[in-house]
Write a protein that binds this ligand. Structure first.
Ligand SMILES: Nc1ncnc2c1ncn2[C@@H]1O[C@H](COP(=O)(O)OP(=O)(O)O)[C@@H](O)[C@H]1O
Ligand SMILES: [Mg+2]
Length: 352
């Protein structure tokens, strides 16, 4: 087999190891997973596979018998299954099992750790680029507190003093909320925190975070248009979805340089939802369109962009069984469209 030939793979075992292996395989265009098996119908790898419309089964032997892959990866650790595979698989099909499969699993785990760290590092970089906005937003109320404290020092009337003190308390509460929101975002996620998430709520949270960080709507003229239809929840890690939206909205606001129209759409589709984030900025150069999802591709000055945003957006969307696409006509803005399967569905509509 030549190095560039695509590889077809069957995965036996859909626990943590099988799920992580599946996730890694689908990120590579060279690898096609033709099926995944596990005795437990609720195994995380089976759920993920259903969302991505990869065939699943509880019967590993039947999958092996089909002999339709270049490689079988057995991460079940079940010795009885090993003997069964040996007797049913055709000789052209290679088998990765035992210690070799464990080694692959350890490497996959390491890759997953690195990716989680990358996602976190990118998050911190975003918070970093927001820092002047944040400093500004905290500085105003801080000056307010200072002024009120000075008033108290000079004030004789106890009733007025009390009212100044109350204002101080209110302002400090407001500042605490701002900073809490930010530290919550900057904190690492507990891995695998997947649940049914109301998309509109997360999208609105992202708008608030970007407003806070970039002064959109405050300093210049970004008009935010919301077109929200009734939409089902989706199954995803809420923290990661927030990161996706923050990235796309930040890109849009940066592209428009604080002037233009940001249109956010949530619309139900037969199998899930469509979220689109559209701006009236300069759009994306056709030569760049293919490269924007590549890690470190950026047209921004250092300090403004890392070039990791869209790469991470794509990886989060894919891992939750979704799809991302972009349309842009130079001079007329850009539109990013995200499709997610509704909780318990796959994008093509097959029931799990
Ligand atoms: N809404 C947009 N309008 C125009 N260009 C965009 C938009 N979103 C992304 N891009 C382009 O894609 C590049 C990569 O984006 P991203 O991965 O988020 O990295 P960064 O924002 O750090 O540059 C940007 O530098 C920019 O050239
Ligand atoms: Mg970006």
């Amino acid at each position: 087999m030549a190095a560039a030939d695509p590889i077809t793979v069957m995965i036996l075992g859909a626990g943590q190891g099988g799920a992580a292996l599946l996730e890694l395989c689908v990120q590579s265009p060279q690898v096609t997973v033709v099926g995944i098996a596990d005795k437990n119908p609720d195994a995380p790898g089976l759920r993920l596979a259903r969302a991505m419309r990869i065939p699943t089964t509880q019967d590993a032997a039947a999958l092996v018998e089909r002999n339709c892959a270049d490689l079988i990866v057995d991460v079940t650790g079940d010795p009885a299954l090993g003997a069964l595979i040996a007797s049913t698989k055709s000789p052209e099909v290679e088998l990765l099992s035992g210690t070799a499969a464990r080694l692959v699993w350890l490497l996959v785990q390491r890759e997953q750790d690195l990716r989680d760290q990358l996602i976190h590092a990118e998050k911190l970089a975003t918070v970093g680029t927001f820092s002047s906005g944040i400093a500004h937003d905290l500085n105003n109320p801080l000056q307010g507190v200072l002024g009120l404290a000075q008033l108290i020092l000079e004030e004789q009337d106890p009733v007025s003093m009390q009212s100044y003190a109350r204002e101080i308390i209110e302002t400090v509460h407001h500042m605490a909320t701002l900073s809490k929101r930010l530290t919550l975002y900057a904190r690492g996620n507990a891995p695998g925190d997947v649940c049914d998430v109301p998309v509109e709520e997360v999208l609105e949270k992202a708008v608030r975070m970007v407003e806070y960080g970039t002064h959109m709507g405050n300093v210049d003229d970004v008009e935010v248009v919301r077109v929200y239809g009734p939409a089902p929840s989706i199954r995803i890690d809420a923290g990661e979805l927030l990161q996706v939206f923050i990235n796309l909205i930040t890109n849009a606001v940066q592209a428009m340089q604080g002037k233009g129209r940001l249109t956010l759409t949530i619309q139900p589709e037969s199998t899930g939802i469509l979220v689109s984030i559209s701006d009236t900025g300069p759009g994306i150069d056709p030569d760049h369109l293919e490269r924007i999802f590549t890690p470190f591709f950026t047209t921004k000055e250092s300090g403004t962009g890392t070039g990791l945003g869209l790469h991470i957006v794509e990886s989060i969307v894919k891992k939750s069984g979704g799809q991302i696409s972009v349309e842009s006509e130079p001079g007329k803005g850009a539109t990013f469209q995200l499709r997610f399967p509704a909780a318990g569905r796959s994008l093509e509509g097959t029931e799990p």
